[in-house]
Structure formats: structure tokens, C-alpha cells
Ligand binder design. Structure first.
Ligand code: GCB
Length: 607
């Protein structure tokens, strides 16, 4: 009887041109069931709360105790009131505080932000406050009441405020804290600028009572002919609802019905022009129910590993990459606008790249979307960087949450082909392997349409006759699809031999990406010497040439991404003559001048 029913079900599904769910795709339901921010906030009905906010700086961390989130008006002439936001500092949102006032440049601590706004509440709608990112942690208060908190400075979150927003005047207060501790991610030390502030867009989003909260629309794993669709409605009448997915340009239109928990899943036969760096084709995708509709632009491609190759749409691809921090170095601030993204990615294009490693944290959504539109393949990672206490359960929980928030936001971006779980953690650190394997498994459970990697380090050269062989013994390798290798020969350590005699045997059997290499130079310093202490472009150029010579001795090399596109701020950089708080490994100076090494990479990618 069971078999008969199954057979009838199958015939019915085929008649409707629906392929029954494969178990591997079913697993991905986890992808859209978490309590993360809604998909594609940019296309919703939003009131932008960007702009100038009044702020109070709170270095002694008094605000929480003194309830700086509750604004009173004096009742009479004798009612003393000290608290007042207006009249002193104002900060632009989105934006870091570091660049907006010189006295905030190195500030680490609490900053209280306040913004008034008026609103007209409509019945039958739900309201959410959506933050693109707040660096690093925050507490949010609306009209004098605490409404939510968030940890981690690089991922979005939303707080429902239905019934809490009034028609007329409202005020929103956010306590932003950019302090890091041994237990935060990133932890106490990291080599970039710990910008503080409400660094990405803030929106008040209005949606129907039952709304399209999330969706995942991508090709099935290794399968160009099938589209997997998971859609999640949220609200009182999310069960048994009809949802329409249409992709007009491809003549694709299907209806699916949600289950008791508001989720509709299906796999459909499909035929799309595939996305690639040469043809970054995106389709307009519309998802609608009787009460809600969301439009997106989505591309379709497959990516997988075959032996030592990375196959994009079934064909081997070499990743000509560059590392990028989310920073506009010339004005010493966090990048946060579409124009910023265009500038950074424009420079990556000029270098000849088809791949960007978004180091070392999820960057803003403008960046990811534009990169995809411009045809960049992407590596996105969470800021699990070097000395992090992965043995600590709180740290692991934070890492898991960040991974989930990152994947949740960007799972429809086909340009992202690699999720990275960490950068340069130490294999000998307690609990490190166990924690990272959990992270890898989390990624696999959420998304089987991309590859998993980590930027490893610690490779050692071993003499083998008249050549040297670089090897890396890291037990994490067997858990990864693609191995990232960071190595700074010629900078933190000498080259063991000439580049042409140096061979690489790291992660053989899998694709290898040289995820970081390089050296520092002050732009314009062209002292003609090969001394590492010269900080000269000549020396940096030589390092690149030697690195590149050695790369031809790496059988499984499938990508390179030098460190890094631009010089960047890093307050811990301590050479007072040359660095003064800057990491000078950029191929381009903060003012936009190309160093000699830029031309070496440009030539390499040109070939
Ligand atoms: C690394 C790190 C990166 C640093 C870079 C450097 O290995 O991954 O975050 O900025 O080296 O310049 O030392």
C-alpha cells in the first residue's frame, strides 16, 4: 500500500514537473528555519533610519546603570535632569565613529546613539528594526524600553517592534560597544582596525502579518538541471499557503504550498543561462503570496571539487584573487556604501581578478551583491582569527551563530563559492580541531551548494635533494574541500631557497589556494635594495616574483589571493618610521597609487 502511494505521488509530481525532494536537498531546510534577519531587506517596504544620530560617549560605562536609554522630560522647575543627547556630538549612520571626530579615532568603549523619528502605524502590518551590522555589540532601546541585543560586528539582525512603535513621535537608542575580550570573535588581538559604530544601514521594515521571511533559490548540488527552492513564511497564517515563484525571463512559474510550519520546498526541472565571471547573468526572481511579494536578482551556477580541480559549471577554474578589507583607506574609514563597494571592486577588476577573498569577516551586502553582478567569485569568512579560544563553549556558540548569520544573509548569492570557517588558528590550540570540524559540519548542513575552506598556516620547508618542499601537517585539511594556505616568505621568514627550487605539497589530492602572501612597502620608496628592512617597493616586488616562481611548482594550485589590495589601518603596527598604525602590504597605497608588486600580479593574472 505504501509503495502504491509513493508511486502515485511520484507520477503526480512528475506530471506537475516537480521532482520529489532529494534527501541531500531536504537537509538544507535548516538553512531557512533559524531566527535570523529576513532575506533581502533592501527590497522591502523600509523607512531608512540612516542619517545623523546624536551620540554620547560613555568611557566609564555608566550609561547602563544610569538608564541613558530612558528619556524623561522635567515635570517642573525643580525637577533636575542631567541626561541630554542633543547639543554635542552627531555621528553619521551608517559609519564608524573613528573617522568622524579625531578624539574618537582610537576609542574603544560604549557609545550611546539616539535618533527621533515619526511614524504612522498601519493596521495589519508587522514592524521590524533591521540593522545591517553594529560593530561590535549592542543593546537596543525603543521609546525607553529595552527591546534586544546583538553580538558580533559584521552580520545583520532584526528585532520585531510591532505594537511598540507609536503613530507620531518615537525615539530609538542604541548602546554600541566595540570592546573585544578573550571570548569575543574576533578576540583581543587582530590585525585590522576595530572600527566602532552603527556601521551599516538601519531600517524600520513594514511587512504583512504573514510575510515571506526567507528563501533559498539555487541550483541543486552538482546539478545544472534542477532548481531547489525553500521558502519560509512567518506569521499567523503561514500554514497551507500558496506561494508562487516566477522567473519571467526564463519562462519559469511554479506554485508550491507551505507545510504546517510555513515552509514550502521543492525541486524543479529548470534550464538557465549559467552565471560565470565571463557571463555574470542574474535573473529577476519574484516570490509572492496573496499578501506579500519580494523580488531579487539571482544567478545560477554549480561549483564542486573534482580531485584537485575546482569546477565551475562543470569546467575547471583558476581563482585569480585578491584579499580585501572593508575599508576606504584614503579617508581611514569603514566602507559602507554602494559607491565604496564599486571603488574597491573596481580596483580588483583592474588588477585582473575573477575572485575576491572578503577578509576576514562578512562584509556589507552592497559589496557581496555588486561583486556578484561584476562577475567575481567570492570567499566569505567569519572573524575566527589566530589566537582564539576555541576550547571555550561560549566562543564556539558565537562562531556558530556568526556562521549561520553569514550563510543566512548570503545563501542566494551564487558568486559566493567558498565559506571559510577560520583564518590561521593554531593546530596545537586546545579544542581547535573539534570546534572547527563542528563549524565545517554546520556549513555543510546549511548549504551543500558551496565549498568549505579555511586559511591555514604553519607550512614548513623540508630539504629534498637540491630542492625544498613546503609541507603542512594540519588535521583540519581532511575536513575541507579546498585548502587555503597563508605564507609570508620573504617577510616574516626568509625564503628557504630560490622560488624556482621551492615546491609545494600541501593538501595534495585537493585544490590549494595561496590565500595570503606578500610583503610591506611604502609607496614611492624605491631604494634599490633587496633588504627586508628597506620597506621598499623593490624588495616587495622581488618577494612577489619569487612567490610566483614557486607557484609553478604547486601541482594542486587552483588560486592565489595576495595580501592585500590596499594598505590598511592596523593600530598595532609598530614601526614608527614606516608603519605608524598601518599595515603596508597593500598592492595599492591608501591614496590609490599602484606599487611595483601590483604590476607583477597584474601580469601573472594576464597570463
Ligand atoms: C596574516 C593574517 C592577516 C594579517 C597578515 C599580516 O597572516 O591573516 O590578517 O594582516 O597576516 O600582514 O601579517
Amino acid at each position: 500500500m505504501k509503495d502504491k502511494l509513493l508511486f502515485v505521488g511520484l507520477v503526480f509530481a512528475l506530471l506537475l514537473n516537480i521532482t520529489p525532494l532529494f534527501s541531500k536537498d531536504l537537509k538544507l531546510l535548516q538553512n531557512i528555519t533559524g531566527d535570523y534577519a529576513m532575506q533581502n531587506v533592501m527590497e522591502r517596504n523600509c523607512l531608512s533610519l540612516n542619517g545623523e544620530w546624536d551620540v554620547m560617549v560613555d568611557p566609564s560605562m555608566l550609561g547602563e546603570k544610569k538608564k541613558w536609554w530612558k528619556i524623561r522630560t522635567p515635570k517642573n522647575n525643580h525637577d533636575f535632569l542631567e541626561l541630554k543627547y542633543e547639543g554635542n556630538y552627531r555621528l553619521k549612520v551608517p559609519g564608524d565613529w573613528n573617522h568622524q571626530y579625531p578624539e574618537f579615532f582610537y576609542y574603544r568603549g560604549n557609545m550611546w546613539y539616539k535618533r527621533n523619528f515619526t511614524y504612522k502605524v498601519e493596521s495589519g502590518r508587522r514592524l521590524f528594526l533591521h540593522f545591517g551590522a553594529v560593530s561590535q555589540h549592542c543593546s537596543v532601546y525603543l521609546n525607553g524600553e529595552p527591546i534586544g541585543k546583538h553580538e558580533g560586528g559584521y552580520t545583520p539582525f532584526q528585532i520585531e517592534v510591532t505594537g511598540k512603535i507609536k503613530t507620531g513621535k518615537n525615539y530609538l537608542i542604541v548602546r554600541v560597544d566595540n570592546c573585544v575580550t578573550e571570548k569575543t570573535i574576533p578576540a583581543l588581538q587582530f590585525d585590522w582596525c576595530n572600527y566602532g559604530g552603527i556601521t551599516r544601514d538601519v531600517n524600520l521594515v513594514s511587512v504583512p502579518e504573514t510575510y515571506i521571511r526567507d528563501y533559498f533559490v539555487q541550483l541543486c548540488q552538482d546539478d545544472e538541471k534542477h532548481l531547489q527552492v525553500h521558502i519560509r513564511l512567518d506569521g499567523p497564517s503561514c500554514a497551507g499557503r500558496n506561494v508562487t515563484l516566477s522567473i519571467p525571463e526564463a519562462g519559469f512559474k511554479k506554485n508550491i504550498t507551505t507545510d504546517a510550519s510555513g515552509i514550502a520546498s521543492a525541486v524543479f526541472k529548470s534550464k538557465f543561462e549559467l552565471w560565470s565571471p565571463e557571463n555574470p547573468k542574474l535573473y529577476e526572481v519574484n516570490i509572492s503570496t496573496a499578501s506579500d511579494t519580494v523580488a531579487d536578482r539571482i544567478g545560477f551556477r554549480t561549483v564542486r571539487v573534482q580531485g584537485e580541480d575546482i569546477l565551475l559549471n562543470g569546467k575547471p577554474v583558476f581563482l585569480s584573487g585578491i584579499n580585501i578589507h572593508e575599508e576606504i583607506a584614503s579617508v581611514r574609514r569603514r566602507a559602507c556604501t554602494p559607491a565604496d563597494a564599486r571603488y574597491l571592486l573596481g580596483e580588483a577588476k583592474s588588477l585582473g581578478c575573477n575572485f575576491v577573498r572578503l577578509a576576514h569577516y562578512p562584509q556589507n551586502e552592497y559589496m557581496v551583491r555588486l561583486a556578484e553582478e561584476m562577475g567575481f567569485l567570492m570567499w566569505e569568512e567569519i572573524p575566527v582569527w589566530q589566537n582564539i579560544s576555541l576550547n571555550d563553549l561560549d566562543v564556539r556558540r558565537r562562531g556558530e551563530t556568526m556562521l549561520n548569520e553569514m550563510i543566512s544573509r548570503d545563501k542566494n548569492r551564487c558568486g559566493i563559492i567558498i565559506w571559510s570557517v577560520s583564518n590561521e588558528t593554531f593546530p596545537s590550540a586546545k579544542g581547535r580541531l573539534e570546534a572547527l570540524v563542528c563549524f565545517v559540519n554546520t556549513v555543510r548542513n546549511h548549504d551543500n551548494t558551496r565549498l568549505v575552506s579555511s586559511a591555514l598556516h604553519g607550512a614548513k620547508a623540508v630539504k629534498d635533494g637540491d630542492r625544498y618542499v613546503m609541507r603542512l601537517d594540519d588535521p583540519l585539511i581532511e575536513h575541507l574541500d579546498v585548502v587555503g594556505n597563508n605564507k609570508y616568505m620573504g617577510w616574516y621568514e626568509p625564503f628557504p631557497c630560490d622560488g624556482k627550487n621551492l615546491h609545494w605539497e600541501i593538501g595534495l589530492g585537493k585544490p590549494l589556494i595561496m590565500s595570503e602572501f606578500g610583503a610591506e612597502a611604502v609607496y614611492g620608496n624605491d631604494i634599490d635594495t633587496l633588504s627586508v628592512n628597506s620597506w621598499s617597493e623593490t624588495y616587495m616586488e622581488w618577494v612577489y616574483k619569487e612567490d610566483i616562481k614557486s607557484f609553478s611548482n604547486a601541482r594542486n594550485l587552483r588560486g592565489t589571493s595576495p595580501w592585500i589590495l590596499f594598505d590598511f589601518l592596523s593600530p598595532g603596527r609598530s614601526n614608527s618610521l614606516y608603519q605608524n598604525g598601518w599595515n603596508l602590504k597593500g598592492l595599492i597605497s591608501p591614496e590609490g597609487n599602484r606599487k611595483k608588486a601590483w604590476y607583477i600580479m597584474h601580469d601573472y593574472y594576464g597570463k
